[in-house]
Design a protein. Sequence first.
Length: 161
Amino acid sequence: MRIIVFALILAVLAPAHPAAAASQIYIMRHLQKAEGTDPPLSPAGAAQAQQLAVLLGGSGTIKAIFATQTQRAMDTAAQLAKRLGLTVMPYDPNAPQNLVEAVKAIHGAVLVVGHSNTVPDLVTRFGGNPAPVIGDEDYGTVFIVNPATHQVRRMQLTPVK
């Protein structure tokens, strides 16, 4: 009986959303890719990755970076990781709850690099409401989720031709 009561107390006192430990979660689709199977970033995508590193690398608030194991996602995160002295941690896009659990352990801001078909789900899993709509040609939009308030802001990298 004590265990049940304790579990009920924990459920009431638990945060409203499972990913509340991170202060802000930056979620984005990988940047523009070249052609081919598991392609790297295009020159325009690489230039935007540099912008991302400058924008998010100056404040030191990013404490962890996660990306799928595709070359384009890893390349998107690589320059920022290098600037901050972090390692990009791979995650499985088919197991998003594992990513949520990993992010829960981080105190500070986190960057997650995914894909056009996974970003909307990730935004909602981390507390953002409503889920964004992104298309196949949407590169450079970063969704900034505040898990405590469920607020989602957008930051747009400058397109490079």
